[in-house]
Design a protein. Structure first.
Length: 369
């Protein structure tokens, strides 16, 4: 653009002067056409067809101007056109524009008696710059192809890493199933056998009753552990049920075990969520329901799942009981349950809020998923 600007400024001062006589008028008109085509090229440079049209008109005009004023800087118009065509356009299009520029110059020069050395020199300069432009275009195409190849290689590498991670998770899931689930099943069978043997020798002693009760609780914990192991295996294998179904099942299970109504609701448009996000949401609801049973036994609980944009929200709400109505399980525990959930939520890019509000205790998880 600087070269074209220099041409527009300097050519009018060369011989013949622009506007002086028929030749000068033709030079002035040609400079105007070059200026208009340059602006048009700048505006529509993203369109290949319009770029071809602009450069073609500029090339022919530059060739004519070269024949009209061979001793001026108007040579630069043809140089800009042929080099730009070689860089930006296909070989066929750039060759046609270069040929048009050379033909216009030769026709005008021969008609006006331009010296032979000038008639030969200008075309060689333009053809040389066109060849340089073709070389530059070939380099750019190779660079773009290399970038595409690199991007495809990275995508393939990422896909291989993802496949390897899935295979490793499947292997871990098998190990958990073979070791933990089978062991818990064996423990459960032995606990049931022990409970049956103790029932057969029941003598009414308090110690024996407590032993049977402990065995019953151990059996329940074992069955719960087996269920958690199955859920962990499903998460590792990426075949877990939809989050809404998981939370609905958790609400029914909690309602049946504690004889406490659990109102579960889903809002928004349900969609699949990532394994880690789903597990974080499930653990949050599970911990919040456990705390509700500990600290507010018998109080109804609301469990809600909300899908909004790219975020999901899980909220558990229960009424706050009076101080003297706290459950027997309110005391035990380390107090790190919610802290652990906050850390898990933070690792997933989410937030966890828990605290009293309007006579209720609210636990709310917001996380991208």
């Amino acid at each position: 653009m600087l070269v074209i600007a220099g041409v527009l400024v300097t050519v009018p001062f060369a011989e013949p002067h622009a506007g002086a006589g028929a030749r000068g008028v033709a030079i002035a008109v040609g400079l105007g056409v070059v200026a208009v085509c340059t602006v048009f090229w700048l505006i529509y440079e993203r369109s290949e067809q319009l770029t071809i049209a602009a450069l073609a008109v500029m090339g022919v005009t530059g060739g004519v101007l070269g024949g009209l004023s061979p001793q001026s800087t108007v040579l630069a118009v043809g140089c800009v056109v042929t080099s730009a065509a070689g860089v930006r356009l296909s070989t066929a299009a750039s060759l046609a524009i270069t040929a048009g520029t050379v033909a216009a110059f030769l026709a005008t020069g021969l008609a006006l008696g331009v010296p032979t050395e000038t008639l030969v020199g200008y075309p060689f300069a333009w053809i040389g710059l066109w060849a340089v432009g073709l070389t530059r275009r070939a380099y750019q195409l190779r660079a773009e192809q290399a970038e595409r190849t690199l991007a495809e290689t990275r995508r393939a590498h990422d896909a291989e890493n993802h496949a390897a991670a899935l295979a490793e998770r499947a292997r871990i899931a098998r190990e958990i199933h073979d070791v933990l689930a089978h062991s818990l099943a064996a423990v459960s069978v032995n606990l049931q056998a022990a409970e049956g043997l103790l029932d057969s020798v029941r003598d009414g002693s308090p110690e024996l009753a407590r032993a049977i009760e402990c065995l019953g609780r151990a059996g329940v914990l074992t069955r719960d552990g087996m269920a958690e192991a199955r859920r962990a295996i499903q998460a590792l294998r990426d075949d877990a049920a939809p989050l809404a179904d998981q939370l609905a099942g958790l609400a029914k299970e909690w309602e049946a075990d504690g004889n406490v109504p659990v109102d579960f609701s889903v809002s928004g448009s349900p969609r699949p969520v990532g394994t880690e996000v789903g597990l974080t949401a499930y653990r949050t609801a599970q911990e919040a329901l456990t705390n509700a049973r500990k600290h507010a036994p018998g109080q109804p609980v609301r469990l809600s799942l909300k899908f909004s944009g790219s975020e999901i929200e899980v909220e558990v709400v229960n009424l706050l009981p009076a101080v003297d109505e706290r459950g027997a399980l309110a005391g035990p525990g380390t107090g790190y349950g919610l802290t652990g959930l906050r850390e898990r939520a933070a690792l997933g890019g989410g937030t966890l809020d828990a605290g009293p509000a309007d006579g209720e205790w609210r636990v709310c998880l917001r996380i991208q998923g």
